[in-house]
Design a protein around this ligand. Structure first.
Ligand code: 5GP
Ligand code: MN
Length: 348
């Protein structure tokens, strides 16, 4: 039976079910999506600290590497990378008695880990805020109105623990980071009064807010800033469709010593142009043989629907991702050919 909880707070049934699972010693594996971002790493590590404090045997397994600007997070050194520490990660998953999946909602989002998790015959708990969850988890805490999975982990701890006193400084630092990155520093539409109250409590519990901001956003390399310059030069503005898009070829990435996470946030620059409501970045990835695409919007134009319908992706109404197997030029041509169908929706 799937216990489905799609409310802001966890419901009674799911809380009881989670408490029952955690009343016994478990071997727990916590998994975020591929190419984990601040919310994915913050939420998995926040939950990890909480479960460890409870005396549980727990480990975070990431599908692949994550940006350097997140590696200061407490517990980061204990994360297993499925790509790099494959045997160890497999053995943890094969020995698991309980699996948490955080910040994604279908197993296609974990790349090479999909098969091993599909075959794992143990209870799954999902904590996630993306649209259209698949029902692979036994216990689902899924809420598309939440700012971030980190805010949901705060709610999860509050519900399961019967309060927030158990939130340590480490947990607070992890959860603060994910809420900050997923809300664009508390400015996206998903940011509510409750989000601010949660963040205030995390600061009271020791989250080093100024320091975290600095560690995540003020650690640019000159190469990354030059890559940003290149991206901005490449920006194409289509006023007719209130759209701006950026392309970055593999050659351009190589020329700027591209490191994981370097293009994080580039797509948002399009939205800083007056009148632009739809911003896109196309990033060529030779290794994977795809163009990775990020979509952002302001207002009611759902990039989740757009990504889902045309680019094998999804996400949220105002932030989504997808991919294309065509060349960079062909992908962009295809994208441009779709826009006339959306002209009405994109009107200012
Ligand atoms: P980003 O553009 O920053 O990679 O992702 C924006 C949002 O869309 C994130 O919440 C991310 O989890 C989601 N997302 C990114 N790529 C994909 C994808 O290929 N498929 C789905 N379903 N969601 C994605
Ligand atoms: Mn998230």
């Amino acid at each position: 039976m799937v216990l489905n909880c799609i409310f802001g707070a966890m419901n009674f049934e799911t809380i009881v079910a989670v408490r029952k699972l955690l009343a016994k010693p478990q071997k727990i594996v916590i998994v975020p999506h591929k190419n984990p971002d601040g919310d994915a790493i913050g939420s998995t590590l926040g939950l990890w600290h909480y479960l460890k404090k409870m005396g549980q045997d727990a480990v975070v397994v990431v599908p692949n590497d994550y940006p350097k600007f997140l590696k200061w997070m407490p517990g980061s050194g204990d994360i297993l990378n499925f790509e790099r520490e494959n045997a160890q990660a497999r053995s943890k998953i094969n020995g698991a008695t309980l699996i948490f999946t955080l910040d994604f909602n279908h197993l296609g989002r974990i790349g090479q880990m999909e098969k091993i998790l599909e075959e794992a015959n143990v209870p799954f708990v999902m904590i996630d805020h993306h649209q259209a969850p698949s029902e692979y988890a036994d216990i689902m805490y899924s809420d598309v109105n939440m700012s971030s999975t980190c805010e949901m982990v705060y709610n999860f701890i509050e519900a399961v623990d019967g309060g927030t006193d158990g939130i340590t400084t480490e947990i607070a630092n992890c959860l603060y980071t994910g809420i900050m990155t997923d809300t664009g520093s508390f400015k996206f539409r998903s940011t509510t009064g409750r989000t601010h109250r949660v963040v205030a409590d995390l600061i009271d519990k020791g989250a080093e807010n100024t320091e975290i901001h600095h560690r995540v956003y003020d650690t640019n390399t000159p190469a990354r800033l030059h890559l940003l310059g290149c991206a901005l030069k490449n920006m194409v503005i289509l006023e007719k469709y209130s759209t701006a898009y950026i392309t970055l070829s593999q050659e351009e990435l190589d020329a700027h010593d591209f490191q994981k996470g370097d293009t994080e946030g580039f797509v948002n620059y399009g939205l800083t142009l007056e009148g632009i409501r739809f911003a896109v970045i196309f990033i060529e990835n030779h290794e994977e043989g795809i163009i990775k695409i990020s979509f952002r919007s302001i207002g009611d134009f759902s990039v989740n629907e757009f990504a889902r319908k045309h680019f094998e992706g999804g996400g949220h109404n105002n932030a989504a991702g997808g991919r294309s197997s065509l060349s960079l030029t062909e992908t962009v041509a295809r994208f441009e050919s779709l826009l006339p169908n959306y002209q009405e929706l994109l009107k200012p």
